[in-house]
Ligand binder design. Structure first.
Ligand code: UDP
Length: 474
């Protein structure tokens, strides 16, 4: 019946540009390299203008559909985003089941893919008779290892992670101090903790897990997870998947920053940005401004209004900064730094900035997409993590592979200035970080070439989808 239509995959994306961008890139790669078309299924709450514009810009091989809204009004105000996403997913199962049934009538549906907070949707795939259920994990192997171990850690770790006297040691992973463990696990009385433990168990229903990472950046867990194991699905590192053709569309187009960068010397500018939703408390924003000024380095800073009134990730569902962010900068800062620095409000075309020859460093919140983009363009990092899994990422980058230097917890201006100078021009640790990042840039590019590790992993997955046989993998 579907004999002549291309293999088609349905992919459920939980809210946030950080989830949408890499899964869309996966879909594009499946289309261009393997002739597999796909439908990205988003939640109604994802309907921000930035995300709508992004979906509309995708090639025709990547369709998109939105689930109908579900009522979340019974959830407490201030519920964690992980809770909101997980609840929205569970409550969408009936609508998703219907959507998948329709899709399997209309297309040659070979697999269903859920992302990190969407594993409950496997129930919808099963109800709709979709045989193969895969998980796409947009962050890294360290975080995946932790989540897969959660059902066990839930039993063996007494009290809160942040009170543990020893760091958490997991197979192959850099030891993570308790306070740096994944943010949604930091308060066990919060429902989002139980949700994460639940996901750790639910992930095991996947036929395989595709991860947006690559061996060279986290060789320890890569070695372990590449071995098949009876107690978890097969893991395929298929990264780094970053946007290949980003032209800074949407809210970023027309950013004055590109022309400004054109006028700066090679590798002289540190790009400062905290992802699609991150913002700093007023006091830290001030110290950062003064730290950049003292550092004497050129900088390009995407400034957002401070986060003081609410959670640091208030902007997560919509990238537009709400108030005038420049009003919070120290008095006279913009004037004093106008020859070396540029501040832009809310959003910059990050990939264009990172790939620009004038960019020589990236002060980042360590969101995983930002980290991968930095590595793909060979930009050494200053790590300033905020929420989600960013503190863990900062540990693994600075203590593990050595691709970043982390700003100390006190966030004082002098310390900020010193770290910025070291990463940009330092002879000691900074030089080592710059050399390591150059090496990782090469490794990332090798893996994505025909025959490289990531390309081969994805080809194996497609073979499982299209070459007959069962769910496959484990
Ligand atoms: N991004 C961008 N311009 C900005 C901020 C973010 O283009 O001003 C893009 C960035 O390139 C990355 C994504 O948004 O692809 C942010 O994802 P990440 O995982 O780094 O952080 P999150 O937004 O999920 O916290």
């Amino acid at each position: 019946f579907h004999g002549n239509s291309p293999p088609h995959v349905a992919m459920l994306v939980t809210p946030g540009m950080g989830h949408l961008i890499p899964i869309a890139e996966l879909a594009k790669r499946l289309a261009t390299r393997h002739g597999v078309t796909s439908t990205l299924i988003t939640f109604a709450s994802t309907a921000s203008s930035t995300q709508r514009a992004f979906l509309a810009s995708l090639p025709s091989a990547v369709a998109s559909l939105s689930l109908p809204p579900v009522d979340l009004s019974d959830l407490p105000r201030g519920a964690a985003i992980e809770t909101l996403m997980s609840e929205e997913c569970v409550r969408s199962i009936p609508a998703l089941t219907k959507l998948l049934l329709d899709l399997s009538r209309a297309a040659n549906l070979v697999a269903f893919v859920a992302d990190l907070f969407g594993a409950d949707s496997f129930d919808a795939a099963a109800a709709a008779g979709v045989r193969r259920k895969y998980l796409f994990f947009p962050t890294n192997l360290h975080v995946l290892t932790l989540i897969l171990h959660l059902p066990e850690l839930d039993v063996t770790v007494p009290g809160e992670f942040r009170h543990l006297p020893e760091p958490v040691r997991l197979p192959g992973c850099v030891a993570i101090p308790g306070p740096d463990i994944l943010m949604p696990l930091q308060d066990k009385t919060n429902p989002c903790y139980k949700w994460m433990v639940h996901h750790g168990a639910k992930y095991r229903e996947a036929d395989a897990i595709l991860v947006n990472s690559f061996d060279a950046v986290e060789p320890g867990p890569a070695k372990i997870l590449r071995q098949p194991s009876p107690d978890r699905p097969v893991v395929y590192p298929v990264g780094p998947l970053i946007q290949a053709d980003r032209d800074g569309g949407g809210a970023g187009s027309g950013c004055p920053c590109m022309e400004w960068l054109d006028r700066q010397p090679a590798k002289s500018v540190i790009f400062v940005s905290f992802g699609s939703g991150g913002s700093l408390p007023t006091e830290q924003m001030r110290e950062l401004a003064l730290g950049l000024e003292i550092s004497g380095q050129r900088f390009l800073w995407v400034v957002r209004s401070p986060s003081d009134e609410g959670a640091v990730n208030d902007n997560y569902y919509d990238a537009e900064s709400k108030k005038d962010p420049f009003a919070y900068l120290p008095e006279g800062f913009v004037e004093r730094t106008k020859d070396v620095g540029l501040v832009v409000p809310s959003w910059a075309p990050q990939i264009k900035v990172l790939s620009h020859p004038a960019t020589g460093g990236f002060l980042t919140h360590c969101g995983w997409n930002s980290v991968l983009e930095s590595l793909v363009y060979g930009v050494p990092m200053v790590a300033w993590p905020l929420f989600a899994e960013q503190r863990q990422n900062a540990v693994m980058l600075s203590e593990g592979v050595g691709a970043a230097i982390r700003v100390s917890e006190s966030k004082g201006r002098e310390k900020i200035a010193a770290v910025v100078r070291e990463v940009m021009a330092g002879e000691g640790r900074g030089a080592a970080v710059r050399a390591k990042v150059a090496e990782l840039q090469k490794a990332a590019a090798e893996g994505l070439k025909e025959g490289g590790a990531a390309a081969t992993a994805l080809a194996e997955v497609v073979e499982k989808w299209t070459g007959g046989g069962g769910g496959g993998g484990n």
